[in-house]
Design a protein around this ligand. Structure first.
Ligand code: FE2
Ligand code: FE2
Length: 158
């Protein structure tokens, strides 16, 4: 993997993070007035930070950040439009967790490949990729606990 391959891969992540901002922003509006609405708004802001830090790394490598469209759709087999029109918090959290897990998987693979390529001798790129990976992990765990508490409520209702 050379520098151009890394730029191409980072552009994919740049697009994925843009997609996530769009998804969580739309969900924050959908669940406005509920705790979940605040969660999605906060998570969207964190994803915006990822858009910016990936864009910065692309520029440092001499590339230009370019959005590739709906890269999230093939990951979950659903268009962003369909996803954002989902009602029901449980289903929403479930799909979000799938996206976050896919993002984690892709971040882990890229970190391994960047290390192997020797193109990041100072480890500056991997540092950012790890930061983002940890954030996605936190999002997954957060969505998971929210889903658990929803399920608990359901059981209590029985
Ligand atoms: Fe992210
Ligand atoms: Fe995330």
């Amino acid at each position: 993997m050379d520098k151009n391959d890394i730029i191409a891969r980072l552009n994919w992540f740049y697009s994925l993070e843009i997609n996530q901002v769009e998804i969580y922003k739309s969900q924050s509006e959908r669940f406005q007035g509920e705790y979940a609405g605040h969660v999605f708004k906060r998570v969207a802001l964190i994803e915006e930070g990822h858009v910016d830090n990936i864009a910065e790394k692309i520029r440092i490598l001499g590339g230009t950040p370019s959005a590739l469209g709906e890269v999230v759709s093939p990951l979950i087999g659903m268009s962003i439009g369909t996803l954002t029109s989902l009602t029901g918090l449980e289903k929403t959290l479930f799909i979000n967790m799938q996206i976050e897990r896919k993002a984690m998987e892709h971040y882990k693979n890229l970190i391994k490949e960047v290390i192997k390529s020797g193109e990041d001798p100072e480890g500056q790129l991997c540092k950012i990729l790890h930061y983002n990976l940890v954030d996605e992990h936190l999002h997954t765990a957060l969505f998971d606990t929210m889903r658990d508490s929803l399920l608990e409520v359901k059981i209590e209702e029985i």
